[in-house]
Design a protein around this ligand. Structure first.
Ligand SMILES: Nc1ncnc2c1ncn2[C@@H]1O[C@H](COP(=O)(O)OP(=O)(O)OP(=O)(O)O)[C@@H](O)[C@H]1O
Length: 261
């Protein structure tokens, strides 16, 4: 008897459009991401990649269309609600607190998610203490995944660049997301740092997470992604496996004839 593999859509963009004044930054984009896969979004500068991340995470609301996460419409919801539902992200530029420890940088991402208010934190009731412990545990777990647990007490600014970027991923992972959006995770890394990052992203995938990344490094994208979507001037011009996308004439033209390797 054969085993049946069911694929489940975790994120769906249905005809999503956003206009800023006269500019259509994202134009009628459809996308379906299967649970447990690595999806990349590529395209020239200004194509609308970060805007798509901002739409998914609730920073912008689409002018038209719908975004569904695990079958539920999420456009129109507040960013913290979307995070709570299981979507986490990192940003294009590093957003760490250099003078804080590695562990605190992860914990601070989680405090936004907990129910303790300012007063509760001052009083430190048993409930608050239990919550604090849970936050520390989840944060250490995330650091371990990114192989930074042995640096928990160091100041963030003392980490090498590649580790600072991994720390940002750890912060996103601490909220135990089902889907993680990585905005140019390999930017500025040397080849060794990229290799390490790639194996860590694969490890996260093996745990059952879905990864959606924007990345300019083609070698990185091509060797890591299950499927790739290509944006140009806000429109999705191609989608498919890395091999399919690489030989797609529209993709090659969008990159001005530059070979996509
Ligand atoms: N809040 C905004 N107001 C007005 N225009 C915006 C806004 N956000 C993005 N844009 C415009 O939308 C277009 C898409 O920008 P976006 O940052 O999504 O591109 P990108 O593909 O991520 O580019 P890059 O690879 O350079 O990061 C650009 O023309 C940008 O100037």
């Amino acid at each position: 008897m054969g085993v049946k593999y069911m694929t489940k859509t975790i994120l769906e963009l249905d005809n999503v459009t956003i206009r800023f004044g006269g500019l259509t930054a994202v134009d009628s984009v459809d996308m379906k991401i299967e649970e447990g896969t690595i999806r990349a979004l590529i395209g020239p500068n200004g194509a609308g990649k970060s805007t798509i991340f901002n739409l998914i995470t609730g920073i912008y609301a689409p002018t038209a269309g719908e975004i569904r996460f695990m079958g539920n419409k999420i456009n129109g919801l507040k960013p913290h609600v979307i995070t709570k539902m299981g979507i986490a992200r990192t940003f294009q530029n590093i957003r760490l607190f250099g003078e804080m420890t590695v562990l605190d940088n992860v914990k601070i991402g989680m405090h936004c998610r907990t129910c303790t208010g300012f007063l509760g934190a001052l009083v430190r009731s048993p409930r608050v203490k239990a919550e604090e412990r849970a936050i520390t545990e989840a944060s250490m777990e995330a650091l371990k995944l990114m192989e930074l647990d042995h640096k928990a007490d160091e100041l963030a600014m003392n980490l090498p660049y590649g580790e600072q970027r991994r720390l940002e991923i750890a912060r996103a992972l601490a909220s135990r997301p089902k889907l993680i959006l990585l905005d140019e995770p390999a930017a500025g890394m040397n080849p060794q740092e990229k290799q390490t990052l790639m194996s860590m992203i694969r490890k996260i995938q093996a745990m059952g997470l879905t990864i959606f990344l924007v990345e300019h490094d083609m070698k990185f994208v091509m060797s890591l992604s299950d499927r790739i979507a290509v944006l140009d001037y806000g429109r999705k011009i191609a989608a498919g496996s890395p091999a399919e996308v690489q030989r797609n004439p529209a993709v090659i033209a969008a990159y001005l004839g530059k070979e996509v390797v």
